[in-house]
Design a binder for this molecule. Structure first.
Ligand SMILES: [Zn+2]
Length: 59
């Protein structure tokens, strides 16, 4: 089983009122436009695992 790193990232990296990522600012004091690369990584991972689950269930 894989961990829930994707969910943890998506939960902590949220869009701030100024359009910047609150997670990156809180964790690294970085002003990163939302969605940041971590959001991209997490969403792509989720989409890939979902696709794999659908394909695996079909076969
Ligand atoms: Zn972020």
């Amino acid at each position: 089983m894989t961990g829930n790193a994707e969910e943890a990232i998506l939960a902590s990296h949220a869009r701030g009122p100024d359009g910047l990522c609150t997670g990156c600012r809180a964790w690294w004091s970085r002003l990163t436009p939302y969605p940041c690369w971590q959001i991209d990584w997490a969403t792509s991972r989720q989409a890939r695992s979902l696709t794999a689950a659908l394909l695996g269930g079909r076969e």
